[in-house]
Design a protein around this ligand. Structure first.
Ligand SMILES: Cc1cc2nc3c(=O)[nH]c(=O)nc-3n(C[C@H](O)[C@H](O)[C@H](O)COP(=O)(O)OP(=O)(O)OC[C@H]3O[C@@H](n4cnc5c(N)ncnc54)[C@H](O)[C@@H]3O)c2cc1C
Length: 484
């Protein structure tokens, strides 16, 4: 019997496999494709994802493989969101083609001991009380596997979701976007983005001399498939909006994508769990899908590992749904809002875009809040006991710098809980206004130090328990008067 079978070796499945291996849980990944997909849907990696990579000691490798841009965009508004003031060691958008992201993630998962079987397609799944039964077609024929848990990371058309009978309610496609990776005679030196009454186009330089063109056009508001994209169509649409086609030629990849928007009704059904695009699909606005899937896997990995090992408190695995489903719902709302802005072709729509751009430029607090949302730095999981919980409970812990020269993210590389005693030698647990300290997981890393710069909401914190996914499980503070 397998402990965990992960279906799909996209970014979500690969990262989940690595997180499970970090906790010493055996994992088998079944991937239908024989080779990694050479085409890159995603280009954008956001700050919270880079932070999580940083917590595992991988941020430098990923950043070195891509290009950093100090801004992000919401709905392709003309005014860009400044990421430089975000409270993170990685205040930028990392431009990294998805194929490269997957290559790095796969190397990491394999190095940790994940078994990744390419060319193995899951065709059926059934649940028994103590295991799940998976039918697979592999290069040598059909076979069956039994697993204690199966995680569907198999994308928007998830077979796992379907076989488990998990609903995927939402809305159908009403409009289409187009994209092409091409060579150009006159490549743009920097990324270009124009969204006006005739449609929208972004042109982004890619590694290897290619340029990614991606756009929307008023005539593509239709529920039915518009047919295969051609270079000529892309050339005409680009010229209409940007006034030039940059001499585009030699397409390497032409594709279209729709705005069907759906979310799995349940992220867990008994022994089956869903993560990433299998759990949520949406129009790819704002560059978020891969990021949210990666963050789903980070939330699920340690919980599933503790459940498999038998060390999880009752109900821990169910908190994966209660914590991540609302994040997925917010993702869908955000991408719908951004789609409305990107397809606001009317005079009124263009006025709305201009108005919001003005607010982004004129109101730093508004722009900052939007940037934090897009970067997923504002995610807070509601505490079980809101009346007594410390206000930091459930929030993402920043990379706190300590007086002993260490920092929080460096303490989190092993994927264990971290218990911080920041009291400087006084009794951390005796402080007040903090709810009850939870039962400590077996393998908790204890660290006694003080903050290098006691400031912001952490200035009065005397002790805190940080979960392996970097969120605060529990915190305890001294009365504010004591730290003045
Ligand atoms: C045009 C476009 C641009 C995008 N840009 C961005 C961006 O900039 N930033 C961002 O964050 N996101 C972006 N996204 C979204 C991002 O690409 C997806 O959210 C991401 O790929 C989801 O990862 P995943 O691992 O959940 O699913 P997938 O990447 O879809 O991986 C699923 C895997 O499961 C495998 N599989 C499927 N069925 C089976 C089966 N039955 N058995 C075995 N294996 C199976 C598939 O072969 C695949 O490898 C974009 C999407 C599009 C379309």
């Amino acid at each position: 019997m397998e402990e965990v079978v992960v279906v799909g070796a996209g970014p979500t499945g690969l990262w989940l496999a690595a997180e499970l291996r970090l906790q010493n849980v055996p994992v088998t990944v079944l991937e239908a494709r024989k080779e990694r997909n050479p085409h890159s849907k995603a280009l954008t990696v956001h700050p919270r994802t880079v932070e999580i990579l940083g917590m595992r000691g991988l941020a430098e490798d990923f950043v070195a493989a891509g290009r950093t841009v100090p801004t992000g965009h919401f709905g392709a508004l003309d005014a860009r969101l400044d990421f430089r003031n975000l409270d993170t060691p990685h205040p930028f958008t990392l431009v990294l083609p998805q194929a490269r992201t997957e290559e790095l993630l796969e190397a990491h998962a394999r190095a940790l001991g994940a078994e990744i079987r390419r060319g193995h397609r899951v065709t059926a799944l059934a649940q028994e009380p103590d295991h799940a039964h998976v039918e697979v077609v592999g290069p040598a024929g059909s076979y069956a596997l039994r697993a204690r848990y199966v995680v569907g990371c198999d994308g928007t058309r998830s077979r796992v979701r379907e076989e488990a009978g998990i609903g995927f309610p939402g809305t159908d496609t009403t409009l289409w976007g187009w994209l092409g990776d091409v060579l150009t005679d006159e490549p743009p030196a920097v990324a270009v983005s124009v969204f006006g009454p005739d449609g929208g186009v972004m042109a982004v330089p890619l590694p290897g001399g290619l340029t990614r063109f991606v756009g929307l056009a008023p005539e593509d508001r239709r529920p039915d498939w518009p047919g295969e994209l051609t270079l000529e169509e892309m050339r005409a649409k680009t010229k209409r909006v940007l006034g030039t086609d940059f001499g585009m030629r030699d397409p390497r990849w032409l594709s279209r994508f729709g705005n069907a928007t759906r979310q799995a009704a349940d992220y867990r059904k008994d022994r089956v769990l869903l993560a990433g695009d299998a759990a949520h699909m949406h129009f790819p606005t704002g560059g978020v899908g891969l990021n949210v899937g990666f963050q789903d896997a980070t939330n699920l990995g340690w919980k599933l590992a503790a459940t498999v090992r038998g060390t999880a408190p009752a109900g821990l695995l169910d908190t994966y749904h209660t914590e991540r489903h609302p994040v997925g719902a917010r993702l869908l709302a955000s991408t719908r809002a951004q789609t409305a802005l990107m397809t606001a072709y009317s005079t009124e729509g263009q006025a709305l875009r201009a108005f919001l751009s003005e607010l982004v430029d004129d109101l730093p607090a508004f722009s900052h809040a939007l940037a934090e949302r897009l970067a997923a730095l504002d995610v807070r999981y509601p505490p079980a006991d809101p009346a007594t919980a410390h206000p930091l409970t459930g929030t993402r812990a920043p990379d706190l710098a300590f007086a002993d020269g260490t920092s929080l993210f460096a303490l989190m590389r092993g994927g264990r809980h971290v218990l911080l005693d920041l009291s400087g030698g006084t009794d951390a647990e005796a402080s007040s206004g903090d709810g009850r300290m939870p039962h400590l997981p077996q393998e908790t890393h204890h660290h006694r130090t003080t903050l290098a710069r006691p400031e912001g909401p952490w200035r009065a914190v005397r002790a805190a328990l940080i979960r392996p996914d970097g969120h605060v499980a529990w915190a305890s503070a001294v009365a504010d008067t004591e730290v003045r």
